[in-house]
Design a protein. Sequence first.
Length: 345
Amino acid sequence: MKKALIVSPYLDHLGGGERYMLTCGQALETLGYEVYIGWDNLESIRNITKFLSIDLKHPVLDAKIKSLYHSASPLAMFMATRPYDVVVYLSDGSIPMLGGKTNLLHMQVPFHNVGGKNWKNKLKLNTIKNVIVNSNFTKSIVDHEYGINSDVLYPPVPQIAKTQAKEKIILSVGRFEPSLNVKKQDVLIDVFKKLSQDIPDWKLVLVGGSVEDSWIEKLRGMASGYNIELLPNAEYQQLIDLYGRASIYWHAAGYAVDQTKSPELVEHFGISTVEAIAARVIPLVYKAGGQTEIVKNQELLWESEDELITKTKNLTTKNFKDYEGFLDISDFTEQAFLNSLSRLL
């Protein structure tokens, strides 16, 4: 059996990049590969895949790969990956030297101003068959930075049941992360407070991973007295249940950010927006980054807090069928991902 290796040093972070990489592992199993993970704890891999509902049946560990990720010796990584038919490697902005027969380098983040065109990178890129990215937005940044022609491989969204009755819930999903505050939950809380008198029966629910309790407590203080609920580190099935019940989906990543100067602070793709659409939730998302590849209808994009307020009021009188024809997510299915990955191998 052919062997494939998944390399990511951040598998315990439960972010979009980790989900993407483990989904690659699931797809490679489907394509008949024995899948190895560059990690040192099998139980943690099983817990993560269960949490994310990723069906990776028989992962095998290659613990030495994890220690080599930050090694100062590119040759060591090259030699360690030589036994593999396929290597899929998550970049931190640097370029590895890979020894697999087919090497795919994934750039989840629109890296810029990292000296991407230096001679060492050009040399190491000769070992990479394809650089894969999660959106055309990310592609535009990394292609310019590294002088490459990357391939867009959109992350897939699993089927989500659509049988639940919709409730008066506005949902937003994104990591609670205080240092950069990429997801702008504080902005959404402020906007909902301004809206609350006009839509008194509605509730805002904020869901996301968190390792910073003080930021959660600050947000809860802001939300006190309003119909707002924060659910840090919710189980995936709880999130699926919320998608099923929510009527409107808010996303604010990129708000008040100059995406030409700080592209890493806008939404690189926006998998939660696709999940919401799959569950028949009407999206209303900030007009920046990869979000505009998912949502193209101007009625469902916003650029100011006043516009978010006005459009939200309008959407409370609508239902998903009013916008269904404008929300095509066929490019983001598991089968589309499998087909695209297969073509790259």
